[in-house]
Write a protein that binds this ligand. Structure first.
Ligand code: DC
Length: 210
């Protein structure tokens, strides 16, 4: 039997990471934050002073780099956990993530990661339900109002910056953020994390017992 996968997509601040992490803990599964992978590549590109719009240079960087997201985010053995959410990274990560060659390299690793897990993986990002794991056990699309999403970022990212990133991620040519036709949509604006987690666990039980 192939590994179980809960695929979660949604815009920035929709609660994906918090919900996915809590869900993985609740189920005893692994967790993969794919946004952190694109952020780690972005940090390294900036450190090397590469032009983030240079598709070939970014492709070469991603193909030759080892990216880990657990226990902390690192690239080529360098811990970048504290560098991946700066304003500068927020500004340009969507450009890096729009590069089809970077995406191909990251998607292959995301699939390898899930394949290697003994029980199951909760994976979150923008194209997880549509491209990376279209056959996931269950697919979830989380949303929340823009104000609530900005509030959750604790003032770390302005609503205008979030909206710009949403726009770039939803309108790019390669693997844009979309609601998969068979995804379960959950608006988390007024919901507690545990409540959303329980709803997803219930969906999983229904799916795996049917
Ligand atoms: O989830 P996040 O904000 O950490 O993601 C950072 C950026 O990476 C986001 O602007 C979109 C991009 N991303 C993506 O294109 N595909 C993914 N699977 C995950 C993130």
């Amino acid at each position: 039997m192939s590994a179980l996968i809960i695929a979660i997509d949604g815009p920035a601040g929709s609660g994906k990471s918090t919900v996915a992490r809590a869900l993985a803990d609740r189920l005893g599964w692994s967790f993969l934050d794919t946004g952190a992978m694109y952020r780690a590549i972005t940090v390294e590109a900036l450190r090397r002073e590469l032009d983030v719009r240079d598709e070939a240079a970014l492709a070469a960087l991603s193909a030759s780099s080892v990216v880990r997201t657990t226990p902390r985010v690192s690239i080529n053995g360098r811990d970048v956990e504290d560098e991946i959410r700066t304003d500068r990274v927020n500004e340009v990560v969507s450009i890096v993530a729009a590069n089809p060659l970077v995406r191909a390299s990251m998607v292959a690793r995301q699939r390898e990661f899930a394949d290697a897990q003994a029980v199951g993986t909760v994976v979150e990002g923008r194209d997880i339900t549509t491209v990376v794991f279209p056959d996931a056990t269950i697919k979830i699309f989380l949303s929340a109002s823009l104000d609530e999403r900005a509030r959750r970022r604790g003032g770390d990212e302005e609503p205008a910056s979030l909206a710009r990133r949403d726009d770039a991620d939803s309108n790019r040519r390669t693997s844009p953020l979309r609601v998969a036709h068979d995804a379960i949509e959950i608006d988390t604006t007024l919901r507690a994390v545990d409540d959303v987690v329980e709803e997803i666990v219930e969906c999983l039980h229904q799916k795996t017992s049917s």
